[in-house]
Design a protein around this ligand. Structure first.
Ligand SMILES: Nc1ncnc2c1ncn2[C@@H]1O[C@H](COP(=O)(O)OP(=O)(O)OP(=O)(O)O)[C@@H](O)[C@H]1O
Ligand SMILES: [Mg+2]
Length: 237
């Protein structure tokens, strides 16, 4: 059965005339956490750009909430419920933590933005303490919290996270992992790109392994974790 909540279907894409993705088919079901792992340059961030509308596929289909979105702009895709935590966090420097969080809600016209801000502060109390501080002065872990908080301020149905753990201490990653599980329980699906396969498999119930721009393996993470190729190539076991 095909899943209409979110899927990429047989997508090819690239930059200029250089192809970097071939025949990518991935899906996320409502309330699910799915991970995408693979070596540097495998095409993980490029795949996320196709979902958020920053890059257009050469062929294939992108389905969000039962609709084709190949011709949608990034703002239209955000409005359809796809939030983002980009690679490198991309906070707005020179802007306070609070205003960074509010940027996540810039398309919203409802009156519950303040309530959601409190929700984010509840998830990450340190952000409340630091709310008036310039985002560039946050520690790496706090910056990632702020990027996740900004991502959920759009009230997404699906949250894309590119490189959750990069450059962060194991303890911080563990905290973020627990918070993401909480966020997921509020009904937000997550598509997580992660270099650290252990962390990815801990969080996600299904995974896709990308290699050289193709889906090389997929399945429940408990099975992927037992796969000898995955263990050797990505888990160093
Ligand atoms: N803006 C761009 N212009 C041209 N080529 C690009 C661009 N962005 C990425 N690429 C190329 O596309 C390929 C896939 O890159 P991508 O960033 O998707 O990989 P990735 O799996 O996210 O890698 P990493 O784990 O290092 O973040 C790489 O060969 C990269 O050089
Ligand atoms: Mg990347």
């Amino acid at each position: 059965m095909s899943n209409d909540f979110f899927r990429l279907e047989n997508v090819a894409a690239g930059y200029g005339d250089i192809q970097v993705l071939w025949d990518i088919t991935i899906d996320v079901e409502p309330n699910e956490i799915v991970c995408m792992v693979g070596s540097n340059g495998a095409g993980k961030s490029t795949t996320l750009k196709l979902i958020s509308g920053l890059l257009k596929p050469w062929s294939g289909r992108v389905i969000i909430g039962g609709e084709e979105v190949v011709y949608a702009t990034p703002d239209q895709i955000l409005a359809k419920g796809v939030g983002q935590v980009p690679e490198g966090r991309r906070l707005f420097n020179g802007m306070s933590v609070k205003n960074n969080l509010l940027m996540g809600a810039y398309l919203r016209k409802d009156k519950e933005v303040d309530k959601d801000l409190e929700f984010v502060y509840g998830l990450f109390p340190i952000l409340k303490e630091r709310r008036k501080q310039d985002a560039k002065t946050l520690s790496g872990g706090e910056q990632q919290m702020c990027a996740i908080g900004r991502g959920i301020m759009s009230r997404p149905k699906l949250l894309l996270i590119d490189e959750l753990s990069l450059g962060l201490a194991p303890l911080v990653v563990e905290q973020l992992t627990e918070t993401l599980k909480e966020i997921n329980k509020t009904g937000i699906s997550i598509l997580l790109v992660e270099q650290d396969v252990m962390t990815a498999f801990e969080l996600a119930n299904r995974g896709f392994v990308l290699e050289s721009g193709r889906v090389f393996l997929k399945g429940p993470t408990r099975l992927l974790a037992d796969n000898p190729t995955v263990r050797e190539a990505y888990m160093g076991i």
